[in-house]
Design a protein around this ligand. Structure first.
Ligand code: IMP
Ligand code: MG
Length: 177
């Protein structure tokens, strides 16, 4: 059995991802110079991206996780977001950097940012590896974007389809025809 499928087309290979993640880390480190940050990784999709990204951030950083669920085992959002694991660190009066795998409609991030603001952080910024701009339904300011992509379902490097393919080192678009 192979890890990838015939209808997967490689979008970004491991080297391209590594280069871009390093650039993002450098940019973030420059922007927060002299500050310390609280990284909020959205589970499960962003776990690999966040793990790589934080190793390129050279300001003091604490890491926390929140688990949000909006997708069932399908490729379209249910439009409803729920927290299945909340953050644990005190975000109040701290700079929070949200790390997400993919921004699609924006519903998930809008929900999360509103929710994090209840903690009255010093600031909230968003870093997303992939941005599907054309699909946006709710405006969310994404401060750091790895790659802008077209509409289409992607898997790999943390992103799943029905809980599969997260472990693939590259990012693939699933071609449906
Ligand atoms: P949004 O709420 O519509 O912006 O959806 C964002 C969430 O849906 C992200 O946390 C992703 O994990 C997931 N998602 C969106 N597009 C894809 C995709 O193409 N593949 C896998 N997961 C996706
Ligand atoms: Mg997700």
């Amino acid at each position: 059995m192979k890890a990838t499928e015939e209808n997967f087309k490689l979008l970004f290979g491991p080297d391209a991802i590594a280069d871009r993640v390093a650039e993002l880390g450098k940019q973030i480190s420059e922007d927060y110079r002299g500050e310390s940050i609280y990284v909020c990784c959205i589970l499960k999709g962003a776990f690999i991206f966040a793990a790589d990204l934080i190793r390129h951030i050279d300001c003091p950083a604490r890491v926390d996780f929140i688990r949000l669920a909006s997708y069932g085992n399908s490729t379209t959002s249910s439009g409803k977001v729920k927290i299945t694991k909340d953050v644990e660190l005190p975000f109040h009066d701290n700079h929070v950097l949200v790390v997400e795998d993919i921004v699609d409609t924006g519903i998930t991030l809008k929900f999360l940012v509103d929710r994090l603001k209840l903690h009255t952080p010093k600031s909230v910024r968003i870093c997303a590896l992939l941005d599907k701009k054309a699909r946006r339904e709710i405006a969310v300011p994404v401060d750091y974007v790895g790659f802008s992509i077209e509409d289409g379902f992607v898997v790999g490097y943390g992103a799943d389809y029905a809980e599969q393919y997260r472990h693939l080192p590259g990012i693939y678009v699933v071609e449906t025809s």
